[in-house]
Design a protein around this ligand. Structure first.
Ligand SMILES: NC(=O)c1ccc[n+]([C@@H]2O[C@H](COP(=O)([O-])OP(=O)(O)OC[C@H]3O[C@@H](n4cnc5c(N)ncnc54)[C@H](OP(=O)(O)O)[C@@H]3O)[C@@H](O)[C@H]2O)c1
Length: 333
């Protein structure tokens, strides 16, 4: 076990060129934590926002990038039960996944099912925790209902398509190109709308026989806020997880009232370990079996060695990716 770890930090705020791979002391697992030899870490849009200086790590979290990882348990902190050195696990961290070594709260660690590669496992936690929490818990999507996902080929979108289909919902997505629409339908979406060519409100209304979707998962915000309310089905729920076109808009909320609609919004990173642990248990029960059976699988857009982290971020900045971008460490192929 080396005493140091490679770790990715940013020198200032800006483009991918501000990212640096530096050497740091290997972290020590505290009570209830696992020391992980990291094999894979997913790249997420919030990492890009952190690099740009718009999403600082929560108080107490390190400046090392990375919100999700998969790896091998190397040592146990005090009081940890149920895990042993050598176990393959995946999980969420407040920060620190872009590194050779990281610590992970055992309560949030999920065993990696056989048949999943480390690259796939490292691409799971951030989007699966987010989608489970926002679509299935907060917005309470039910089998037989219709879900509209904006950003259908994002890491979040590709996860939401597969989970909603596997649980018996109809899925409509919006995406910004014909290629992305085709990828979304290949993953299981029933309908895909190229929002650059087609008005998504009119199209989704027609696809739902005039009723509108029961749940809308939105990461766009701005002008979409009013349009989502306009489109939503009676008793529908809108789950807001980001504002890529801005968090400010003048809204007429009367249609939301008339439809008895719900607007919910949340962010995952700053939530306490106890809440993430509850989500980990729900995922273990409801989603790990789907992963183990191969019914759900994170689509991997591309992988990069840790040393090429700037290229991985440039790929995300370019916006052409479909599914997840993953960093690989420790010789993982
Ligand atoms: N609240 C939470 O807890 C939470 C947790 C994780 C992620 N998120 C948010 O969820 C979003 C997706 O994250 P990710 O890691 O999956 O990112 P990602 O793979 O980079 O996906 C971003 C998607 O947004 C679409 N998009 C980008 N700019 C847009 C614009 N101006 N208008 C409409 N669509 C636009 C892109 O699709 P097109 O090319 O089709 O436009 C792309 O598919 C991010 O905004 C992230 O911050 C929130």
């Amino acid at each position: 076990m080396t005493e140091t770890t490679r770790a990715v930090i940013a020198e200032g705020a800006g483009g991918p060129e501000v990212l640096r791979v530096v050497s740091r002391p290997r972290p020590e697992p505290g009570p209830g934590q696992l020391l992980i030899e990291v094999r894979a870490a997913g790249v997420n849009r919030p990492d890009v926002m952190q690099r740009q200086g718009n999403y600082p790590p929560p108080p107490g979290a390190s400046e090392v990038f990375g919100l999700e990882l998969a790896g091998v348990v190397a040592a146990l902190g005090e009081g940890v039960e149920g895990f042993a050195p050598g176990d393959r696990v995946m999980g969420l961290v407040h920060s620190g996944a872009y590194a050779d070594w990281a610590v992970l709260d055992a309560a949030i660690a999920i065993p990696v099912p056989e048949g999943l590669s480390m690259a796939e496992a490292g691409a799971i936690p951030e989007t699966f925790f987010t989608v489970w929490s926002n679509v299935f818990e907060r917005a309470a999507l039910q089998p037989g209902e219709t879900l509209l996902i904006h950003g259908g080929t994002s890491g979040i979108g590709t996860t939401a398509i597969q989970l909603a289909r596997a649980r018996g919902s109809t899925v409509i997505v919006t995406a910004g190109s014909a290629e992305k629409c085709a990828a979304a339908t290949k993953l299981g979406a029933d309908h895909a709308i190229n929002y650059r060519e087609t008005d998504f409100v009119a199209a989704a209304r027609e696809m739902t026989g005039g009723t509108g979707p029961d749940v809308i998962l939105d990461m766009v915000g701005g002008p979409y806020l009013q349009r989502n309310i306009e489109l939503l089905a009676p008793d529908g729920r809108i789950s807001q997880i980001a504002f890529q076109q801005g968090s400010k808009a003048e809204l007429d909320l009367l249609p939301l009232l008339m439809k008895r609609g719900t607007l919910t919004a949340s962010t995952l990173r700053a939530r306490p370990v106890s809440m993430k642990a509850k989500l980990a248990r729900a995922l273990t029960e409801n989603v790990v079996p789907l992963l183990a059976e191969g019914r759900v699988k994170p689509p991997i857009d591309s992988t990069y060695p840790l040393a090429e982290v700037a290229a991985a971020h440039a790929r995300m900045d370019g916006g052409q990716h479909i599914g997840k971008i993953v960093l690989l460490m420790n010789g993982e192929a």
